[in-house]
Design a protein around this ligand. Structure first.
Ligand code: GLC
Length: 744
């Protein structure tokens, strides 16, 4: 076994593989601090940690404390079995897109196999789903250890809670694990991001609202939807085109009757302030007349079957070939096609669907659609891997090629992918697949997105309103509650399936329309805050939609909260997830301000909250700073003149770094951006310009929560004018280094 001290807190254990070999999921290329070759026995200490190997199994200690212990490594035919202890009382999080409870110790078995679950997904206990990540975190108060297994193999995970052991079974004789140590989940996650890569910085417009349907079936329909959004004054930045825009479902084509003038349609949409996202499925019709098929065949670009022939998949175009993304030249080819499609038609984003690429048997047999993976083989030079050994990586490799090609434009694109793997965060956002319009699925989206966040996937959302089932209309209350929650999904999109009654915001009556408008506007008001959170995600590996224990690691109770979440460091959301307008809400230690009611709570406390249909419970943490702006109908509609800095600091000091850049180019990588640090204390507010290579917004409106009207407020050593209304103090200043004093 090779033991590497990769960094101060990452220890890598490698068996039956060269340490220099790493999968495409890993970006960490620094040389390990120490690399040792242990046969059966040995021990080594570096900094706080010691690795001790006896009888071929490793233990890791921090001083005398045992942090991690292997209990088995066994080679069995073409597989390995590997077990280790689950720390006592620890919960288990991560694994990518997972249904069911937040704490995965409640599940005996977890399957890591990317698959389209199709109709099985109507129950939120379905496993596996489209996207799996072989990374998990064991955590409790005072303890956190992360485990990343660097292998694209399908895996079977078994949890024995009695013995406190987790066992992983994977294909191949090799085992390459990174054990990440730290004192809390925050440290583990930021180290994991160092291994598999920082989440990409998306274009600002993609953080606005997206409307989608399978499918808006013609140019007229798309333009009609776009105009309705403007007519009803509901902010929206993107419309998605689903498979029916294509000619015979062939990628990179347009349907000649439905979309005869795609270029001018897109120009029109652009002039209305919309971006266009199109779906692409990696299925190329087996047809000698098809240009892509011919080219792919000539150059041997397609996935093979076990016998070396062409692998036949059943995609939307019928019998199809699939690009073999394991080869770099195929990734380049595929990426070029995206680039060309953008250049020719002005498309702004892509949704990569059906890229697991395997499909559950049921859909295959019902409608003859799907991929029966058994015979799939991915060859690269002389090495051929069977789908079981490498299939989980297909979508990651696909997105890699696309991202690289589109980057050449110098402009950030929105890429969305259904499947994925560790590292997909470097290229793409994800959504949680074909969920149903049910309260169960609304509820399930919270722990699911939390576990995705804890797997390094930060830019995620669920289909607002629910996607399936056909013929059934989504109930208005459910739709509203979903929109309210969706404001806080890092990726906010409404999407629904064919043969369902219309599900756009104006299809549920006046009242719903009004409330939806209010909430999508709230999303747009929050954009400076949200964009700054994406920057933190990009730089520090800090998730946006995160569990309470991320911010309150010392509160053991938070480790089991799965129906509330932090939205960045200042906001806590307790969504309404049942057909009831009351719920219990847990508020951890400290003061909390009810966003809607100017009421303060003091935690730890569990409160009973009544939230009428207008209200999703939102709380600002003590020390919370939220930067808001005027809502717009789309990003860039008007020049933003002023930011509103909302501050609640009752006892605790808070800090927030406002981030601004042009929202679309990669100039931020050259340092062209602005960062402004805001520090809030109960009677003092500091503003410090850290970096101003980008102009940004200059005027600041301070909105400070104060229970009593203060005597005076001093800005730039002078008494300043202020208003005091409903417990909010309002004063104005500009973005410059300064200290603002409040005389209570
Ligand atoms: C898949 C996708 C869904 C899409 C549909 C048609 O079911 O998950 O989002 O609308 O295919 O393309």
């Amino acid at each position: 076994m090779i033991v590497e001290f990769v960094s101060d807190n990452i220890i890598r254990l490698v068996r039956n593989k060269k340490a220099s070999e790493k999968s495409e999921a890993v970006v960490l290329r620094e040389k390990a601090k120490i690399r040792l070759n242990f046969e059966e026995e040995g021990s080594y200490s570096l900094g706080r940690y010691t690795v001790r190997v006896s009888r071929g199994l490793a233990e890791i200690f921090e001083k005398e404390h045992l942090l991690f212990k292997e209990t088995r490594f066994e080679e069995r035919r073409n597989k390995v079995l590997w077990s280790h202890l689950l720390a006592e009382n620890s919960r288990l999080y991560g694994f990518g897109m997972k249904d069911g409870p937040l704490n995965k110790r409640k599940w005996g078995r977890i399957i890591l196999r990317n698959v389209d679950p199709t109709l099985r997904y109507h129950s939120p206990k379905t496993d596996p789903l489209y996207l799996n990540v072989p990374f998990y975190i064991m955590a409790r108060r005072g303890y956190a250890v992360g485990v990343y297994i660097d292998s694209p193999s399908y895996m079977d995970v078994r949890i024995d809670n009695k013995l406190g052991i987790i066992t992983i079974e994977k294909y191949g004789a090799d085992l390459d694990v990174y054990i990440i140590l730290g004192s809390n989940v925050r440290e583990i996650l930021s180290s994991y991001i160092r291994i598999t890569g920082r989440p990409y910085m998306p274009p600002l417009w993609s953080l606005g609202f997206h409307q989608s349907k399978w499918s808006y079936g013609s140019e007229e329909e798309v333009l009609h939807v776009a105009e309705k959004f403007r007519e009803y004054d509901i902010p929206c930045d993107a419309i998605h085109l689903d498979i029916d825009y294509m000619d015979g479902f062939r990628p990179f084509t347009w349907h000649p009757k439905r979309f005869p003038n795609p270029k001018s349609m897109i120009e029109k949409l652009h002039s209305l302030g919309f971006k266009i996202v199109v779906i692409v499925d990696p299925y190329i019709k087996i047809d000698d007349e098809d240009r892509l098929f011919r080219e792919g065949m000539e150059k041997d670009y397609f996935v093979r079957d076990k016998k070396g022939g062409l692998f036949i998949a059943y995609g939307w175009p019928g019998r199809s070939a699939m690009p073999n993304f394991f080869r770099e030249d195929v990734r380049r080819w595929w990426g070029e096609l995206y680039l060309r499609f953008h250049r020719e038609f002005g498309v702004d984003g892509f949704k990569n669907d059906m890229n697991e690429p395997s499909t559950e048997a049921r859909l295959r047999s019902y409608i003859g659609l799907g991929v029966k993976p058994k015979n799939m083989v991915f060859c690269k030079k002389n090495i051929c891997l069977h789908i079981e050994e490498a299939g989980n990586m297909y979508a990651l490799l696909e997105c890699m090629g696309i991202y690289d090609a589109l980057r050449r434009t110098g402009r950030r694109f929105f890429i969305l992918s259904r499947s994925g793997f560790a590292g997909i965060q470097r290229y793409s956002a994800n959504w949680t697949g074909d969920i149903w319009s049910s309260w169960k699925h609304l509820r399930a989206s919270v722990p699911m997105i939390l576990n995705m966040s804890l797997s390094g996937l930060f830019f995620v959302g669920a289909d607002i309103g629910g996607f399936f089932p056909p013929f059934r209309k989504t109930k208005r209350e459910l739709y509203l509650r979903w929109i309210q929650l969706g404001v806080f999904y890092p990726f906010m999109r409404a999407h629904y399936a064919k043969k369902r009654p219309p599900q756009e915001p104006w299809c549920f009556g006046e009242e719903v329309l009004r409330i939806v408008r209010k909430y999508i506007r709230l999303r747009y008001r929050l954009l400076p805050y949200i964009y700054s959170l994406f920057w933190r995600a990009h730089i520090h590996g800090e998730p946006i939609f995160r569990p309470l224990f991320y911010d309150f690691p010392d509160d053991d109770k938070t480790y089991d909260v799965e129906d509330q979440f932090m939205f960045g460091l200042s906001i806590m959301v307790a969504p309404i997830l049942h057909r009831k307008d009351r719920r219990k809400i847990y508020l951890p230690e400290g003061y909390w301000l009810d966003y809607w009611r100017e009421k303060i709570y003091f935690g730890p406390i569990t409160i009973d909250y009544k939230a009428d249909i207008e209200t999703i419970p939102i709380f600002i943490r003590d020390g919370g700073i939220v930067v808001l702006q005027e809502p717009q109908r789309y990003v860039g509609e008007k020049r933003i003149e002023e930011y509103e800095i909302m501050i609640f600091s009752r006892e605790r000091k808070g800090e927030f770094i406002l981030y601004e850049d042009d929202g679309i180019s990669y100039d931020f990588e050259k340092g062209i951006y602005a960062e402004t640090k805001i520090v809030a204390n109960p009677t003092k507010i500091g503003i410090e310009v850290l970096n101003r290579n980008y102009q940004g917004v200059d005027k600041l409106k301070l909105r400070i929560f104060m229970e009593k009207k203060p005597k005076e407020i001093i800005i730039n050593d002078e008494q300043s004018k202020f208003h005091y209304l409903n417990k909010w103090l309002i004063a104005r200043t500009t973005k410059a280094n300064q200290e603002i004093k409040i005389n209570p």
